[in-house]
Design a protein around this ligand. Structure first.
Ligand code: SAM
Ligand code: SF4
Length: 317
């Protein structure tokens, strides 16, 4: 434990042990709950370099971060993605994960096998090619499904993230549960969040985790599994053998147990997904963190902030 370790605990006793690094805001899909059809992405020159990301992450790991996850935008679109993963693999972290839409994943898999990055959260909002295209606005279903099964065969730990929306894919809940049991891959159902582009259609599309469970309980029994105190999902074993989770970011947010910090593509640290304020860490030396961390910890909210005008792809979901 570091001498600065106490600085990673806020006044509510929440210890920061997870870091989400958003590598860029750009993406090769246009999911209707995340992006406008014609988004404007930040210039590439504004991204923190692999070297800067490594400098920041090394410092945060020395201070107590135990798990690192790469996200975006679509993290696999960064040309230096493998360089970043190779560097991060040298750090003493317990877990290194990736959140991806899997469109570019397949060719990376054999290369990632030799790194610490073994946890893949893959976004898949439909098991039907047409509905997948309606949601993502791209014809990529087969590529994504092939990548999922290759990753499974190669032994990666996979979780599927499915954002469930009324009238869009809520009729697929049962199909996902059957698919999870058949393929032995856990599926997590996410409440759509009232954020960015979703704001105008949130009321129409929102389906609570409670309502999702009610639908599933018509056909299955759900038994609660033991989750870690800072788990974002509430997980269940289903009577058909499937493992499912519910991420109730809107109806039952997990702020009280939150252990996460977020690093933006520009190298700013943010205490919460819902805060636009951040602190630039690119040039900060380890010895200067003792001054910075109390400010950061004091910024971290204890309750869900109702509004986030920035869309998810810009903050890194
Ligand atoms: N492109 C990668 C992907 O889709 O997995 C990583 C970035 S994406 C922003 C991370 C996660 O945020 C995805 O699981 C996505 O479904 C989720 N997400 C984006 N917008 C959301 C919203 N409005 N409500 C709920 N989840 C959202
Ligand atoms: Fe891209 Fe992920 Fe947003 Fe979909 S959810 S548009 S894949 S960043």
């Amino acid at each position: 434990m570091s001498v600065l370790d106490d600085h990673m605990v806020d006044k509510h006793g929440r210890r920061m042990r997870k870091l989400r690094i958003s590598l860029l805001d750009a993406c090769n899909l246009r999911c209707l709950y995340c992006m406008p059809e014609h988004p404007v992405f930040m210039p590439q020159k504004d991204w923190a370099s692999a070297k800067e990301l490594m400098h920041i992450t090394r410092n945060l790991v020395a201070l107590g971060i135990e798990e690192v996850r790469l996200t975006g935008g679509e993290p696999l679109m960064r040309r230096d993605f493998l360089e970043i993963v190779d560097e991060l693999s040298t750090l003493p972290v317990k877990k290194l994960g990736l959140t991806t839409n899997a469109l570019l994943l397949a060719p990376y898999l054999p290369l990632l096998q030799h790194t610490k990055l073994q946890q893949l959260n893959i976004s898949l909002d439909s098991l039907n090619a047409e509905n997948f295209m309606r949601i993502t606005r791209r014809d990529a279903f087969k590529t994504v499904m092939d990548a999922i099964f290759t990753a499974k065969t190669l032994g990666f730990a996979i979780k599927i993230n499915a954002v469930i929306m009324k009238g869009v894919n809520d009729h697929e809940l049962t199909a996902f549960v059957e698919w999870s049991a058949m393929n032995d891959i856990p599926v997590r159902f996410l409440e759509v969040m009232n954020i960015g582009v979703m704001k105008s259609q949130f009321q129409e599309r929102f389906l609570s985790a409670f309502d999702m469970k009610t639908i599933l309980k018509e056909d299955y029994q759900l038994s609660r599994l033991n989750d870690t105190p800072d788990s974002t999902s509430r997980n269940f074993r289903v009577s058909n053998g499937a493992k499912v989770g519910f991420i109730a970011s809107e109806s039952n947010p997990f702020c009280a147990g939150c252990s996460r910090l977020r690093l933006t593509p520009k190298g700013y640290i943010r205490p919460c997904l819902f805060m636009e304020e951040g602190i630039d860490l690119k040039a900060l030396a380890l010895e200067d963190y003792s001054e910075m961390l109390p400010t950061l910890m004091a910024m971290k909210p204890i309750r869900r902030i109702p509004h986030q005008p920035q869309p998810m792809y810009q903050i890194g979901g």
